[in-house]
Design a protein around this ligand. Structure first.
Ligand code: TRP
Length: 368
């Protein structure tokens, strides 16, 4: 029972990793290069847990119609994960709201972080702004977003947390809470480590005339989705603009959305260099670069589409994977919650009440 806090998970001996997504829309190429490829690789030598964070999506999307969209959105994220090569035999995919022990844990962890610390986190302000929520209307749940995320991470006893740069501050909160908890009540939690993606962010496919790059994002509507058809992919890639064939500097070329795609998706480095060289000389135009990108992108997306078709042709398969993963997550969550309640003395408090009650019942049963 007294397992050291940093022990690798007993079943696999591999370090536990937790990351995941809010189910707010289909995943896209930005996710693929920024995190999904990494997840597929990490599942080789980590005990990989992937959360579908529907409770986190409620922090800005709590209307009835928005909740009504969740079944489809959850399914969609899971299909995306599996289609890129997440293996449900090796990775645990689970639904956050299906693990109620996490809410209990979140309440207890809330005691260990000042509200002022949370108010200063830029992502909370950004999320509020994007959802059209004014400062006065920020729900307590949105302010507590990072605490709920800390509960996810700590309940899983995760050691590695791969996230985008924006979520690094949330992992920092999880670390602070874990350290504070351990100092107050004893060594219960491993201290999680953020792993921030180093791949450059992928620009969106919206037409940008001033040469600036807006990142590809679900909400900006400028994404190439993993589930897009070859026609949609080709049409979107064709909107990417280069800095002007034959009249650009190498620096402007490197900054352009068009060549960001070359760097991300043209697999042969020699071909990528030749494209740049020829473009600078003006012997090829945007159209030729689009073709090269589309060819390699299709090589990447074809097997993903194939797996998606297989999965969706098997009724109940996706649901079964989520249910299995969520049951596994529940077991670990209850174990962790048990240790937390023990360490804090809450288990003792309850047991004391129960014991006294039992004694009284026994006393009543005695005839004299
Ligand atoms: N906050 C993450 C996002 O931006 C989702 C998330 C919820 C998460 N819980 C997590 C990520 C735990 C890593 C670990 O969508």
């Amino acid at each position: 029972m007294n397992v050291p806090a940093s022990a690798p998970s007993a079943t696999t001996g591999r370090r536990r990793l937790l990351t995941g997504d809010r189910p707010t829309g289909p995943l896209h190429l930005g996710h693929l290069v920024g995190t999904l490829h990494n997840r597929v690789q990490m599942q080789e030598n980590h005990d990989c847990w992937l959360i579908v964070a529907d409770l986190h999506s409620l922090t800005t999307r709590s209307r009835r119609e928005q909740i009504g969209e969740l079944p489809e959105l959850v399914r969609e994220v899971v299909v995306d994960l599996l289609s890129v090569g997440i293996d449900p035999q090796r990775s645990t995919i689970y639904l956050q709201s299906g693990v109620p022990a996490v809410y209990d844990l979140a309440i207890l962890l809330q005691m260990l972080i000042p509200a002022s610390r949370l108010r200063g986190i830029p992502t909370i302000q950004d999320m509020a702004r994007n959802a059209g929520i004014t400062d006065d209307e920020v729900p307590l749940g949105l302010l507590g977003y990072p605490v709920l995320q800390a509960a996810d991470i700590l309940m899983a006893r995760a050691e590695v947390v791969p996230v985008g740069g924006d979520n690094e501050a949330h992992v920092a909160i999880a670390r602070e809470i874990a350290e504070h908890f351990n100092a107050l009540y004893g060594p219960v939690f491993p201290i999680p480590q953020a792993m921030v993606s180093s791949t450059p962010t992928l620009p969106g496919v919206d037409i940008i005339t001033d040469g600036s790059r807006r990142k590809m994002s679900k909400s900006a509507g400028n994404s190439i989705r993993l589930k897009d058809t070859p026609e949609e992919v080709a049409r979107k890639v064709a909107t990417l603009q280069g800095p002007g064939a034959g009249k650009s500097t190498p620096e402007a070329l490197e900054r352009s959305p068009l060549f960001a795609f070359v760097d991300a998706f043209v697999t042969d480095r020699g071909v990528a260099s030749a494209l740049k060289y020829d473009y600078l000389r003006g012997t090829i135009d945007d159209g030729r670069v689009h073709e090269a990108i589309i060819a390699d992108l299709e090589g990447l997306l074809r097997p993903i589409r194939q797996r998606r078709a297989e999965l969706t042709a098997d009724p109940g398969r996706i649901e079964e994977i989520v249910v299995d993963g969520t049951i596994r997550a529940r077991e670990v969550a209850y174990q962790t919650l048990g240790r937390v309640r023990d360490a804090m003395g809450l288990e003792g408090l309850w047991n004391g009440l129960v014991e006294a009650t039992q004694k009284r019942a026994e006393a009543r049963r005695r005839p004299y």
